[in-house]
Design a protein around this ligand. Structure first.
Ligand code: UDX
Length: 443
């Protein structure tokens, strides 16, 4: 008998594409055929997924538009430019196959109307976690209450509606077009209400109360089926070339001695922050593996020049790469800590490997995520008062050698065990995945 087919449409950003392709692999293992529609911007490599069929649509982005510098503008342009071509390819797939449903990133809001026009159920994947999703959901309320214009000490005040957030943790996306921000957020929330299901790469034991809030607010079936990365053999979705030379280097380091430092695929820092980070790391005297990807320092497309004298100090006991095989790095016994920008994938990958964190959130969901890491799960620390080399040096030593860090490691190992158990037969994510499969088959 022919397998029923699922059509996936990932958002072309690293932190979104990876979990979507992982979800596709999980559902393939449950007996579905998989078609992936993708844009030519940041397109995945079909050779890594021989069991799937891939269909590229032109996104009509100009060279300057195909950039994450203004994320809001990029998301708006993608949702505007892809309508006709997406509709055409979906129609072709539906005429050829028994398509059970469409699964898109929640940010592809235009696809709800297309799915409705074909009478095709649409399920959405939210690639970050339910607590930050609620913070996005409450943005209009927060604006009405004036929280978004909080300044100075007001930023430290608690958000009564969503504890334990402080006003500084409310999602913020910096854009030249604030009105587009409201439009994108509003449209994605409204179209989510019309979707037939909402999937998260997280698990009940980690964020049970946030899942309850999402269910109350959206009134559609919500599936907590993460961590995805523990249910697939390996991820092959890196958009940049991984420098694997760091793996043999790690293998020559003592257990739990290395701090892994990476700020994900989009976050950008200024040159002053870059220098504070460099000197803080050097003065901490703890071995580190630092990912300095092209574009990490704002305005510089290539690799940023390191401060004078820095390499002479750290050479021999630390390593710098342009992009790392992150999951493998976090799983390496030499890694004892992760300094992260708090993108959701990075946090979940760290929890899955039992690695405590230092948080340096930049935008969007990252401040919310950092608050959960430090105050709810208590598996990391955060520089609450800016980014000064003395504080970095102290923070790195706290995490890597002091009692505080050891206690965080013990707590994150408990979460790691929960992350393993929930996907075992009878576990919460296992059961939720079974329900998702039954839900799709009922369409
Ligand atoms: C974005 C947003 O910034 C984030 O807040 C949101 O939760 C998801 O979308 P990104 O900034 O790229 O994602 O961060 P993250 O979610 O952590 O995803 C980065 C991915 O790239 C991870 O899967 C990580 O393993 C991978 N990575 C990162 C590498 O493979 N190598 C690296 O050197 C760095």
């Amino acid at each position: 008998m022919d397998r029923r087919r699922l059509v996936f449409f990932p958002l072309p950003l690293q932190g979104h594409q990876t979990p979507m392709l992982q979800l596709a692999s999980i559902l393939y293992s449950k007996g579905f055929s998989i078609s992936i529609i993708h844009t030519n911007f940041n397109s995945p490599n079909p050779a890594n997924y021989p069991d799937f069929t891939f269909h590229c649509i032109p996104d009509n982005l100009s060279e300057s538009e195909a950039s994450t510098e203004d994320l809001t503008l990029l998301l708006h342009n993608l949702n505007t430019n892809c309508v006709a071509t997406f509709e055409a390819i979906l129609s072709q797939l539906m005429s050829k196959f028994d398509v059970a449903c469409l699964i898109t990133d929640i940010i592809w809001y235009f696809t709800q109307a297309v799915a409705d026009s074909f009478d095709l159920p649409r399920i959405v994947l939210r690639t970050n976690n339910p607590s930050s999703f609620m913070a996005f959901t409450y943005l209009p309320l927060f604006r009405e209450k004036g929280y978004l214009s909080a300044q100075g000490t007001q930023l430290e005040e608690p958000v009564q509606e969503l504890p334990p957030l402080k006003k500084k943790d409310i999602p913020r996306i910096y854009t030249r077009f604030p009105e587009l921000n409201d439009e994108v957020t509003h449209k994605l929330m409204e179209t989510t209400k019309a979707a037939r299901g909402l999937v998260f790469n997280s698990f009940e034991e980690l964020e049970g109360s946030s899942f309850t809030l999402v269910r109350q607010h959206f009134q559609i079936p919500v599936f907590a089926i993460g961590p995805f990365q523990k249910q697939v053999k390996a991820s092959f979705s890196s958009l940049l070339v991984e420098d694997r030379s760091c793996i043999p280097w790690l293998s020559a380091q003592p257990p739990k001695s290395v701090l892994y430092v990476s700020f994900g695929s989009i976050a950008a820092i200024d040159e002053t922050q870059f220098h504070e980070i460099a000197w803080g790391l050097a003065h901490s005297k703890q071995p580190f593996l630092w990912v300095i990807r092209p574009g990490l320092v704002r305005g510089l497309n290539g690799r940023a020049p390191l401060p004078n004298g820095f390499l002479e100090i750290v050479m021999g006991w630390s390593r710098i790469v342009g992009w790392a095989p992150q999951e493998e790095v976090l799983a390496h016994p030499a890694v004892g800590g992760f300094w992260t920008h708090c993108g959701w994938n990075s946090i979940l990958e760290s929890i899955c490997q039992g690695v405590p964190m230092i948080c340096l959130p930049f935008f969007g969901d990252q401040m919310n995520n950092a608050r959960y890491v430090t105050d709810v799960w208590r598996v990391g620390l955060r520089f609450e008062k800016g980014l000064k080399r003395e504080d970095i040096e102290k923070g790195v030593r706290s995490l890597m050698v002091l009692k505080e860090g050891k206690e965080m490691t013990q707590r994150v190992v408990v979460l790691q065990e929960k992350a393993s158990l929930c996907i075992e037969k009878g576990g919460s994510s296992y059961q939720s995945l079974e329900s998702l499969v039954a839900h799709i088959l009922s369409f």
